[in-house]
Design a protein around this ligand. Structure first.
Ligand code: FE2
Length: 227
């Protein structure tokens, strides 16, 4: 993992049986961190933070699917933000179009949440996180931009993109979201929501060289590709 100026903390943690990635993002000097998509092993994640003397100040949700934030899935309950709040009460930051889905899936209450919009920022210690709305996989999917790093959830994988055949998915929206992400600087480091590729992270330039979903140049071609 790239760490800039020794101040930025970004840790990529693979967790759970669905190859999810959770991220710890924050500020080395103040020890304040946020956790992205906490799920599966909340005790283990909190232990990880305690061992490093990190203070959890926020939880960020890329989208409302239970493998990312906990909740019921195929008859099983996955630990997630609800269990996190019981042990470490922080606000859950979700996009305003995703917030109702987050509440429904996890049973947390409105007062546990902060509804954010694209372009909003959150400062964690001395590190700024920008929220980018990237609908398509779900209506309120969002990515987090920290300097030249992009936590891309289930919108953009190194060698693919999130499914757009699920309830709430919208293939056309995914096309436009990917076009916007494509315009970020080529040296942007992509940190996806799952370990689905040969490497766990890559630059946008590297992804463009191998990701067929980033190569599509117009919406008609995209629609044919997505069936
Ligand atoms: Fe998802």
């Amino acid at each position: 993992m790239r760490e800039e100026e020794n101040e930025l903390v970004i840790e990529q943690i693979e967790i759970g049986p669905m190859a999810n990635f959770t991220y710890v993002i924050g500020s080395r000097s103040t020890r304040e961190v946020a956790i992205v998509d906490p799920a599966w092993d909340i005790d283990g994640l909190l232990r990880h933070l305690a061992e490093r003397d990190y203070k959890l100040v926020a939880a960020l949700a890329t989208h409302y699917h239970p493998d990312h934030i906990g909740g019921g899935m195929r008859g099983h309950n996955i630990a997630g933000v609800a269990e996190l709040l019981e042990k470490s009460p922080v606000k859950i930051y979700a996009h305003r179009h995703e917030a109702d889905g987050v509440k429904k899936v996890t049973d947390i209450s409105e007062s546990d949440m902060v509804r954010v919009d694209s372009g909003d920022t959150l400062t964690i210690g001395v590190v700024e996180v920008e929220f980018l709305h990237t609908p398509g996989h779900t209506p309120g999917s969002q990515c987090f931009r920290i300097k030249n790093t992009l936590v891309s959830g289930d919108t953009l994988f190194i060698n693919g993109c999130g499914r757009v055949d699920l309830p709430g998915s919208d293939p056309d929206e995914m096309y436009h979201s990917l076009q916007r992400l494509k315009s970020l600087p080529d040296d942007t480091l992509l940190l996806p929501g799952h370990n689905y590729s040969a490497v766990p992270n890559a630059t946008l330039a590297e992804s463009k060289g191998q990701n067929p979903y980033l190569a599509v140049k117009d919406i008609d071609t995209w629609r044919q590709m997505m069936g």
